[in-house]
Design a protein around this ligand. Structure first.
Ligand SMILES: O=CCCC(=O)O
Length: 467
């Protein structure tokens, strides 16, 4: 794929970039490796000062960053500003808590003193997607830099300006330039980068296929990976739930980033007595979303990030309809090769249909009928993915009990699934492994080193020590 900014709403190429050669990339790895040796010794107070400045810059530049997201991947301006502010929050969070999260863990043993220290591991390669071009990177970079690591970013090839703008923020904040670098490279250079001994670990957010490939390469070179992959989150609605609130939130949850979020609700599993009412209300709320140019202030959802993504989604929908799915709300692309995709609802979703088995990365809501709460949990868990999920019920204790039975990295009761700096984020099954955010996220890329100080042998009183 070429490294270029192509506005998905107009189809116009805004900027093209020449991909870095291997020799340029390798030079940057050398600089990063050198920087890692000194950055690891920088006191927390200094790292904190710089990270707080990065947060300020994210706030100050929110309009500029939102414009870049709009033109590179179609995110409406208001959502882009919100993303920049969430990144600032994450920087502040780790600025405030990193030292405490990485403090020694004292372990009681027969030693005089024994503890786990958490030490930086060096250069970490981050392979990141276009859907939240700043947030996905910052939630890696803020804890990594605060832990004393350095980051190399290989961003998706359709968001190069976002990648460079973030690099500039860290540099303008005062981080030594080699502690965070954007590599404008094609995917052909990922393997040699992972193979390089100076790159110590890899984090990837992206598709299951990309995750499997990167993890296999990293395994070959004995490098740790954290993988945050796809999701097909269940949104369970029990008959006692407030259906109006559930349906309104369902529409919002499906429309996050025009449906292009790993934790957008995708499968709406509804108890039979409230199924019709839920579909009808959700339809009303989906139709109320205003599409348009992401650069227009009143747009609520823009195009998908690329026209080929909309073509692929159309194929998944059409195949599912041929396989028996029923259209409850018509929408989709106006014609092939265009990126705008209007929301749709499909029901009668059955195993063997693409809609049942695959992730649909766009605004298509799948409605599944559940006989009862147990059946709803069974359906929720009958998925290759396990990223997030939510349960809607008037009985909060029952909601919590069901939440514990859903196989996912996060389950919310009476709320849509969202990420936040304080809570761990990640999945089970084909949604990946490892955790980002919270104190767990910062401990993924550190050497958890055991240190043991033996008791001193004191010579018995009155006896002379014999050498
Ligand atoms: O696409 C997945 C991440 C979305 C989020 O953290 O809000």
């Amino acid at each position: 794929m070429p490294i270029e900014s192509r506005n998905p709403y107009t189809g116009r190429v805004e900027r093209r970039f020449r991909a870095f050669s291997w020799s340029k990339t390798e030079r940057i790895v050398t600089q990063s490796h050198r920087a890692a040796a000194t950055w690891r010794t920088t006191p927390f107070a200094e790292r904190t000062r710089l990270m707080r400045r990065a947060a300020e810059l994210l706030r100050e530049r929110q309009d500029e960053l939102a414009r870049l997201m709009a033109v590179e991947m179609g995110k409406p301006l208001a959502d882009g500003r919100a993303e920049a502010l969430k990144c600032a929050l994450c920087c502040d969070y780790y600025a405030e808590h990193a030292e405490q999260f990485l403090a020694d863990d004292i372990i009681k043993t027969e030693a005089q003193r024994s503890f786990i220290s958490h030490e930086p591991i060096g250069v970490v390669l981050a392979i990141m997607p276009w859907n939240f071009p700043f947030w996905q990177v910052v939630r890696f970079a803020a804890p990594a830099l605060m832990a004393g690591n350095v980051g190399l970013l290989k961003h998706a090839s359709n968001v190069p300006q976002c990648a460079l703008a973030l690099e500039k923020i860290f540099h303008d904040a005062g981080f030594p330039p080699a502690t965070f670098r954007t590599l404008l490279i094609g995917s052909d250079l990922i393997e040699p980068l992972i193979a390089d001994d100076r790159v110590r670990a890899v984090t990837l957010t992206g598709s299951e296929a990309a995750g499997a490939q990167v993890a296999a390469t990293a395994g070959r070179y004995i490098k740790k990976t954290v993988l945050e992959l796809g999701g097909s989150d269940a949104f369970i609605v029990l008959a006692d739930a407030d259906i109006e609130v559930a349906a309104k939130t369902a529409a919002q949850a499906r429309m996050i980033n025009a449906g292009q979020s790993c934790i957008a609700a995708k499968r709406f599993i509804v108890e039979k007595p409230v199924l019709k009412e839920f579909i009808s209300k959700m339809k009303t709320h989906l139709l109320a979303f205003r599409p348009g140019d992401p650069l227009a202030e009143d747009t609520q959802y823009g195009p998908l990030a690329r026209p080929d993504l909309a073509d692929e989604l159309t194929e998944q929908v059409n195949d599912s309809i041929k396989q028996g799915a029923k259209v409850e709300l018509y929408g989709g692309q106006s014609e092939p090769g265009t990126a705008l995709f209007r929301p749709m609802i499909l029901s009668n979703i059955r195993p063997g249909q693409r809609a049942y088995d695959e992730e649909l990365f766009g605004p298509v809501a799948l409605v599944l009928e559940a006989k009862d709460a147990d059946d709803a949990v069974r359906l929720a868990n009958d998925s290759r993915f396990g990223l997030g999920g939510s349960v809607w019920t008037a009985d909060v204790a029952r909601g919590e009990a069901l939440a514990r039975r859903v196989e996912a990295g996060a389950v919310f009761v009476n709320s849509l699934v969202k990420s936040a700096p304080e809570m761990p984020f990640g999945g089970v099954k084909k949604s990946g492994y490892g955790r980002e955010l919270s104190y767990l996220g910062i401990r993924e890329f550190v050497n958890q080193k055991s240190i043991w100080i033996a008791k001193e042998e004191k010579p018995a009183a009155g006896k002379k020590k014999v050498e």
